[in-house]
Design a protein around this ligand. Structure first.
Ligand SMILES: Cc1cc2nc3c(=O)[nH]c(=O)nc-3n(C[C@H](O)[C@H](O)[C@H](O)COP(=O)(O)OP(=O)(O)OC[C@H]3O[C@@H](n4cnc5c(N)ncnc54)[C@H](O)[C@@H]3O)c2cc1C
Length: 321
């Protein structure tokens, strides 16, 4: 079955689309289908970026007046499907708001959702890939019923690549009355303070695990990351222990990263951690146990004490200037 029409939920964030949205737009156009984006807020301001990444039409739900996006955006997409016909698939980034949209849309149009997708190919119709058993196996799935399938894709599954297209034409797609489901409004929002690049976008990630021994030692990770103009990551063990916020967590239930260099410090290499970083171009592991599983995927391994190796690395980086 030819894939002719794909819609992408493109999340706005501070005057741009989120990186995952750009990844989905980029991948959607590889099928040779007509790609449309659906956004909210000030859609007109994002027409150029939507077009640059391959969308020809940008459906703009408009100002949500402080409402959470789930109900109004799902309602707008359902209305679009009713008025202009269904696409082959609606691609949705894995994020809190977009997952809310996917779930509500599924209920509204009575179509199933495939989640935790990390691959999407044309095999005579769209076929999704899902990592299972901590990323050691891949399951493939496809919708057998009439479309549109709703497909929720994890960050970093595809590369965001500009196509250099002309600005998308903006079409107003109001949500209409969503009744009580739209009653919840955002009262306040908190943006976590961060210096340096975002974890998911950094070219260098230095991550710490339980081998650091105590919470204060995470400062070594932060310092090394800063000197390398990178970001600090963490294993779930030290997030669960309360040493660092969840926003640093790399892995199955955290963030997926694909930096040029990933330095794992005192991290054993559990499959749930590795699934979030094994796509890194170069993996460096520092661990005192030569049999630690992380060495099986490391390009460069240092068998040693992080409390000696990290300070030496930091000194060397400082000396380099
Ligand atoms: C459903 C589920 C989801 C999960 N999701 C995630 C996830 O998203 N991300 C994640 O990271 N984990 C996740 N986990 C947890 C995962 O299974 C591991 O428990 C966790 O990754 C271990 O973290 P760690 O490597 O820091 O700790 P450990 O496994 O305890 O390893 C510590 C390592 O430090 C080394 N070490 C100790 N002292 C030193 C020293 N002085 N110098 C050098 N090395 C030293 C040890 O040799 C050891 O290899 C998940 C688990 C489950 C069940």
């Amino acid at each position: 079955m030819a894939i002719t029409n794909i819609w992408v939920v493109a999340e706005p964030q501070s005057g741009t689309f989120t990186t995952t949205s750009l990844e989905l737009l980029s991948h959607a156009r590889t099928f040779g289908a007509t790609v449309s984006a659906i956004t909210w807020g000030d859609g007109g301001a994002l027409a150029a970026q939507a077009g640059e990444y391959g969308a020809t039409t940008l459906y703009d739900v408009g100002d949500l007046n402080g409402a959470l996006p789930g109900a109004p955006v799902a309602s707008a997409i359902a209305a679009l499907i009713a008025s202009s016909g269904a696409p082959d698939a609606v691609l949705v980034p894995t994020s809190y708001d977009a997952r809310d949209i996917a779930a509500r849309l599924s209920a509204k149009i009575d179509r199933p959702v495939l989640t935790n997708v990390t691959g999407l190919n044309d095999e005579g119709g769209l076929v999704t890939e899902h990592p299972v058993f901590g990323g050691t196996q891949t399951v493939k799935a496809r919708f057998t019923a009439e479309g549109p399938g709703i497909i929720v894709v994890r960050a970093k599954s595809f590369a965001p690549e500009s196509a250099g297209g002309a600005p998308a034409s903006v079409v107003s797609a109001p949500a209409g009355d969503v009744g009580a489901t739209g009653a919840a409004t955002i009262v306040t929002s908190h943006v976590e303070e961060r210096t340096g690049p975002k974890l998911e976008e950094a070219a260098v990630v230095v991550s710490g695990g339980r081998g650091l021994g105590e919470a204060d030692k995470f400062a070594l990770i932060v310092e090394a990351a800063k000197l390398l103009n990178g970001a600090a990551g963490a294993s779930r063990a030290i997030v669960d222990a309360g040493w660092v916020p969840y926003s640093h967590q790399v892995g199955q239930t955290g963030k997926t990263v694909k930096p040029t260099v990933y330095i794992a410090c005192g991290i054993s290499g559990a499959t749930q951690h590795m699934v979030g970083m094994k796509g890194s171009k170069n993996i460096v592991a520092i661990n005192k146990d030569p049999d630690a599983p992380i060495f099986q995927i490391a390009d460069f391994g240092i068998v040693g004490d992080v409390h000696k190796v990290l300070p030496a690395l930091i000194d060397a980086l400082k000396a380099r200037g």
